[in-house]
Design a protein around this ligand. Sequence first.
Ligand SMILES: Nc1ncnc2c1ncn2[C@@H]1O[C@H](COP(=O)(O)OP(=O)(O)OP(=O)(O)O)[C@@H](O)[C@H]1O
Ligand SMILES: [Mg+2]
Length: 254
Amino acid sequence: MKQIIVNKVTSGYANEVYQIKHHELIWYLKLFKNLKNYYREIEAIKQLKTLKLACPEVIFKQPRMVIFRGNGKPISICEESVKELSFLLAHQHSLTLHRNSIPLLDFDPQPNRILQRLKNLYGYEPYKLALVHGDITPENLVRDSNGLYYLIDWEEATISDPIIDLSIAIIEFFAMEKSFKESKYLCLLFETTYFNFLKDHLIESVYSSMPFKYFLYMACLEELQSWAITHNKRVLAQQYSTILEEKWIQQILY
Ligand SMILES: Nc1ncnc2c1ncn2[C@@H]1O[C@H](COP(=O)(O)OP(=O)(O)OP(=O)(O)O)[C@@H](O)[C@H]1O
Ligand SMILES: [Mg+2]
């Protein structure tokens, strides 16, 4: 008889994740330290289901604890996965929602903090609201056994300006250990695919001006860096510093 094998996957400031294996079956157990994060993740997945978008499958839940079916694994960032991520986000962002449709999500997750910086610094106001993931990183993009891509880790999700997800993704592409040239190529591919999908929604005309993009990416980068420093994530903080010091944001824009 095969045993049940349990491995700790991550243990962070906000949660612990365990992989549970039995025969060929895999589950992920996520334990939340903060109840708000638990509710955000659960509410976001409910929204995704309502919107008929691909999402992680919840097998069991109770406050602070969720078990997901593990039918996929995080995928490395390459041309194919960047395009898939772009389609995934563009589709999600094209679906209009109203802020008060998810009252439980209205806490202070990462997208709200980035938006607040843009408001304070430049008086920016979003003109469209959508379901925003809020933590677009390569580790959170999963491909299942049928080749279907979806995002996991919805605990920063909220209803916000979709451009926040776009800017987080761009910053994270640069924070990966790839050459500047390669990251730049992936960023441009991501942006082009995203705006191409959304061209009927006229989003690009608002965001494509260089000064705006510069302010957006800087606000996002500074917020992510401040978060990494506060949470003692030294490697990540160093990666964000490199992006800032080497002025990569200016180099991709101009
Ligand atoms: N449904 C799933 N399918 C496949 N892998 C998963 C799934 N859920 C979690 N994992 C694995 O567990 C890891 C951590 O899960 P998750 O992203 O939800 O937590 P986290 O908030 O990123 O943790 P951290 O505190 O480290 O940021 C993922 O990067 C992935 O490797
Ligand atoms: Mg994650």
